[in-house]
Design a protein around this ligand. Sequence first.
Ligand SMILES: Cc1cc2nc3c(=O)[nH]c(=O)nc-3n(C[C@H](O)[C@H](O)[C@H](O)COP(=O)(O)OP(=O)(O)OC[C@H]3O[C@@H](n4cnc5c(N)ncnc54)[C@H](O)[C@@H]3O)c2cc1C
Length: 430
Amino acid sequence: MKFLWTVTSCAWAVHAGALRACGTCCTRLQRELGSKVSSPGQPAYNATEDSYWSLQEAGLRPGCILRPSTAQDVARAVSIIGTVDGCNFAIKGQGHAPAAGFANIDGGVTIDMTGLNSTVLNADQSVVSVGAGASWLRVYQYLDPFNVSVAGGRNGLVGVGGLTVGGGISHFSPRVGWACDNVVNFERGAVFQAFTDIVSSPDFDIYTSLVAGFLYNSTSKTWLISNSAVYTRPVLDPPVFAELAAVPSISNSSQLTSLAALADEAATPPLNWLFATATFKPSVEFMQEIFDILNSTFYSFNPEGGVVWDIAFEPLPSVMLSYAAKTGGNILGVQPEDGNSYIMLLSALWPNSASNAAVEKVSRQALAAIEARAKAEGLLRGFQYLNYAAPYQTPLASYGAENLEFLREVRRKYDPLQVFQKRVPGGFKL
Ligand SMILES: Cc1cc2nc3c(=O)[nH]c(=O)nc-3n(C[C@H](O)[C@H](O)[C@H](O)COP(=O)(O)OP(=O)(O)OC[C@H]3O[C@@H](n4cnc5c(N)ncnc54)[C@H](O)[C@@H]3O)c2cc1C
């Protein structure tokens, strides 16, 4: 019966091909997303149709309406729609664009985003995460008790999605610009959550080799997430990566391959580079804070020739540290009892050597701000991984006083003249 309703409504489409495509599309969406997809005559369908601001827009009749409740639903729907030729769709926020067809469609599929309306303020009340389908009124009402606000629509019934995509003029705009200028980022928290869930698991899967990477290009002022998730058993799509894989992405390739093939990466072009590092206890909120600090530090810095910032997060699980005890120990000073942690590698790459001092200064500022915040929140581990450390950092001291003293004793015994301390200027000194 549902299917018949769908086909009937699809008769609004102009030709048979479109009619077939719409029916197939709605049927497939219903099969995969169940009751989130409604058909003409159903209460959910009618509720969306009745919610448009203009009569012209409300007068269109989609073949079905999807009301997603997660970003994953949206990603799934778009990938289904993309595989059905002639299946057209519209995206609806709060339905305040008056022109017919902007946020609704005759035949085809309307994706009504209004179920994605969560609103959460961060710990220091500087950033609010808002679902793409929320109304501004909902955001303001949530923020009022905290005595803070954001640059959004002057009429509260207007949608966050539509207003922001178009720019957004707010009462605050003379002070802070367009609403879109005030967006910190779009849907990144899901990666932080997935990474943190993997890192903090007491049963860390020992076949997991993960690097969560965030790249910022100062010229285009854009962020890109690029994760490397390797599983060291021949299993495609292992459960440990399921949450990460569910985050909507531009591309996602998984394959079985050999280590030699995997490690055969293309050489990077000649560039200036820097590394700096720190180690933290897992916390999804703190990963977001790291991102906010990096974003605000990097945003206004664009040296001649540009710079790419590459921030990698790598698990340092207790299980990995437990092997030292079985093989006679090492000098690094990190212990399994410390619990699971992760290492941050902050790197920068840039072509113009005239910018070296400026890039180094900004990287130090960013790292200092991140470390200070982590320390204040009790999330900073003392360990600095030597191979990722900047020349101004002190990885050897981070091994702990006892281990450092042991290394100095070795030096006194085997290098009494301090040849390696004084005649080899590079690297870290005891
Ligand atoms: C009464 C009224 C007051 C207004 N006040 C202001 C104002 O103060 N400042 C201002 O700048 N503008 C204002 N506008 C204009 C308003 O910004 C636009 O009409 C805006 O497009 C409405 O967004 P919406 O989400 O409500 O509308 P919708 O009609 O649902 O969407 C508008 C467009 O945005 C797209 N869209 C919506 N959400 C998403 C999403 N999540 N992802 C991708 N695309 C999406 C839709 O596909 C559609 O093309 C007002 C309009 C009205 C009718």
